[in-house]
Design a binder for this molecule. Structure first.
Ligand code: SF4
Ligand code: SF4
Length: 133
């Protein structure tokens, strides 16, 4: 692991809504909502019986009031979407203030790093497609 682990960043373009992080988080901190839609980038086959579908992310939240910084969500994400960030959490006396939606998780991206020390994909970048080793 590299750098300070103050918070977690999400690169939403890389998230496929696979739900692995949701299932593996020991404290049930992560909530993901998504829906299926036809995938405009999928290859078109003349004998296809139905259109190829993809998950579209509707919302993603991490409840840092329950998080124990174990890093399991980051380790299990196969799509390079979750990263440790050196961006400190914003202190809050309200529990809801520690529930970070996508809009706040992307603010952690500029200081986010992969385990190998390289910069995490930034918000203006397309899905990295990179899979962890
Ligand atoms: S670091 Fe651990 S406790 Fe926190 S959201 Fe990820 S899996 Fe859950
Ligand atoms: S494991 Fe990664 S790709 Fe899957 S839902 Fe979580 S952040 Fe998204």
């Amino acid at each position: 692991m590299s750098g300070p682990h103050e918070s977690i960043a999400l690169h939403p373009q890389s998230c496929t809504s696979c739900m692995l992080c949701v299932r593996e988080c020991p404290d049930w901190c992560i909530t993901v909502e998504a829906h299926s839609a036809p995938d405009p980038d999928a290859p078109q086959y003349s004998n296809a019986r139905r259109p190829a579908m993809k998950n579209v992310l509707d919302s993603f939240e991490i409840d840092f009031s329950h998080c124990m910084w174990c890093g399991i969500c980051i380790d299990v994400c196969p799509f390079d979407a979750l990263h440790w960030s050196a961006q400190p959490l914003v202190a809050s006396t309200e529990r809801d203030g520690l529930i970070y939606p996508v809009e706040r998780l992307i603010e952690n991206l500029p200081l986010a790093k992969r385990p190998d020390g390289s910069a995490a994909p930034q918000i203006d970048e397309p899905p990295s497609g990179r899979r962890k080793k």
